[in-house]
Design a protein around this ligand. Structure first.
Ligand code: NAP
Ligand code: G4F
Length: 337
């Protein structure tokens, strides 16, 4: 049975990747951080009968602790390591640049070192990002497009990208970068713009909230579905040779278009509810991302299945259910039940 270690397993992508690996018969080990409250909500459904030998196991660890990463790699001896763990919020990276670099840049280096020094180095996947293209020099962006990051997060991811390439070239590790463009789902963190919009709009529809405050509506992104993107991630480690791949839909839309799509799904006039709050602007913005995933389509035989409208609809429907539960809880509380 193949063994995989996943950092960031409690996040959006970690949860979809864990589902995929378990479905393919892997034994999955997830690295989780100690927290004062539970944060395994996205993977709780993957625990089966407690009497069965579990194929999903969780270990405490952190990308800021190199000794702990080495101990885990040596103990588990995984066949594949997927490094999805990160402080992944671009706006937050301006507030916490050193913390972001420690996790997103040095964290990758710590993990690569632990792998290099292990007796049986596993294959390695690095969660690289389209944010590395930043102030883009061409559209669409491919594996050959030069990088120009525009945030501490983008700079940290670029460092990890090159260390991954360097460990492949210097030490012969099977190490791949997936340069993933924005991907979303009903499990997306609630402070990323798509989920913030679907949560806000559905709560407005049910009278739980009056307004939705957003930042730059003109930014354009190439939004895909996280469930599709983890398939590309897995495929990269199943090839004969390690390489780097762009993963994207090839279509881009503005934040405003996403707002219009979601509010129209709910028969609401968005102009009555959406207001601009400059606190959500970034010191330097990434205006337009659009990827060309031709290499992944050809070499990995990968295709995105969910497009822009279907994604917006899927997220709106899922958040409508959550808003409805919130409304019922609100009634019960008012009724003193
Ligand atoms: P996410 O939902 O924010 O999940 C991030 C995960 O990283 C969480 O499990 C988090 O744990 C964990 N983490 C944070 N700091 C850590 C640390 N110091 N040590 C170990 N784990 C840590 O992110 P995502 O959307 O799933 O993205 C997965 C990866 O892909 C990230 O590296 C992200 O930067 C990258 N990426 C994402 C996109 C996208 O559009 N989603 C695009 C390109 C690249 P807690 O639950 O404890 O916070
Ligand atoms: O949803 P976002 O916060 O995602 P962003 O910055 O593109 O980063 C995401 O995608 C990257 C891949 O390119 C990942 F590497 C990264 O980890 C993360 O998953 O913002 C998207 C756009 C930005 O231009 C932002 O300025 O939406 C704009 N925006 C407008 N109003 C907002 C808001 N973003 C957020 N988070 N909140 C707003 O109120």
């Amino acid at each position: 049975m193949n063994k995989a270690l996943v950092t960031g397993i409690t996040g959006q992508d970690g949860s979809y990747l864990a589902e995929l690996l378990l479905a393919r018969g892997y034994e999955v080990w997830g690295l989780i951080r100690r927290s004062s409250s539970f944060h395994t909500g996205r993977i709780d459904h993957l625990y089966k009968d407690p009497h069965e030998q579990p194929r999903l196991r969780l270990l405490y660890g952190d990308l800021t602790d190199g000794g702990n990463l080495s101990a885990i790699i040596n103990e588990i001896q995984p066949d594949e390591v997927y490094n999805l763990g990160a402080q992944s919020h671009v706006r937050v990276s301006f507030d916490m640049p050193v913390y972001t670099v420690n996790t997103d840049a040095l964290g990758t280096l710590r993990l690569l070192e632990a792998i290099r020094l292990s007796s049986r180095p596993p294959k390695f996947y690095q969660a690289s990002s389209s944010e590395m293209y930043g102030k883009v020099v061409e559209t669409p962006q491919t594996e050959k497009t030069p990088f120009h990051p525009r945030s501490p997060y983008g700079c940290a991811k670029l460092y990890s990208f090159w260390q991954t390439v360097n460990y492949r070239e210097a030490y012969g590790l099977f190490a791949c970068n997936g340069i993933l463009f924005n991907h979303e789902s009903p499990r997306r963190g609630e402070t990323f713009v798509t989920r913030k919009i679907t949560r806000g709009a559905t709560r407005i529809k049910l009278g739980l909230q009056d307004k939705l405050y957003l930042g730059n509506l003109d930014a354009k992104r190439d939004w895909g579905f996280a469930g599709d993107y983890v398939e590309a991630i897995w495929l990269m480690l199943q090839q004969d040779k390690p390489d780097d791949y762009v993963v994207a839909t090839g279509e881009s839309h503005s934040v405003r278009e996403f707002v219009v799509e979601v509010f129209s799904c709910l028969d609401l006039d968005w102009t009555k509810y959406v207001e601009i709050d400059e606190r959500y602007y970034r010191p330097s913005e990434v205006d337009h991302l659009q990827g060309d995933a031709s290499k992944a389509r050809k070499a990995l035989k990968w295709e995105p299945k969910v497009g822009f409208k279907k994604l917006a609809q899927m997220m709106t429907e899922a958040d409508m259910k959550i808003a409805d539960r919130e409304r019922i809880i609100g009634w019960r509380e008012k009724a003193g039940q």
